[in-house]
Design a protein. Structure first.
Length: 112
């Protein structure tokens, strides 16, 4: 993932939350919005409600790896924020990946 493909500015997050669409699942919540670029910009988050820093970092790594391994299936031109829920704590990679693929395929962002 290139540096330009990571969301960092507060304005970008605010625009996605206000003008974008969202869909939730047991383990993750997926916010997305069209960005009119030829590439996707992403952010993977876990709040302090999920657990301590070790748990949060592990979950963001699992979500990021799910995205990286399935990046060729993801449609281009979206800003995406993927947030881990507290139910994801202690889940393995396959559970997180299936949740990510399921949410993306529901709205046609990820080809099934």
């Amino acid at each position: 993932m290139l540096k330009k493909e990571v969301l960092r500015r507060k304005d970008d997050f605010t625009a996605i939350y206000r003008k974008g669409r969202s869909i939730g699942e047991r383990y993750i919540v997926f916010f997305y919005r069209k960005n009119d670029l030829s590439y996707n910009r992403t952010a993977f988050l876990a709040s302090k409600k999920v657990g301590n820093s070790i748990v949060r970092h592990r979950l963001t790594r699992l979500i990021r790896e799910s995205y990286r391994l399935n990046e060729e299936k993801v449609a281009r031109g979206y800003d995406m924020v993927v947030i881990a829920r507290s139910a994801a704590k202690g889940k393995n990679y396959h559970d997180i990946e299936s949740a990510f693929l399921h949410l993306g395929s529901l709205h046609g962002i990820i080809e099934s």
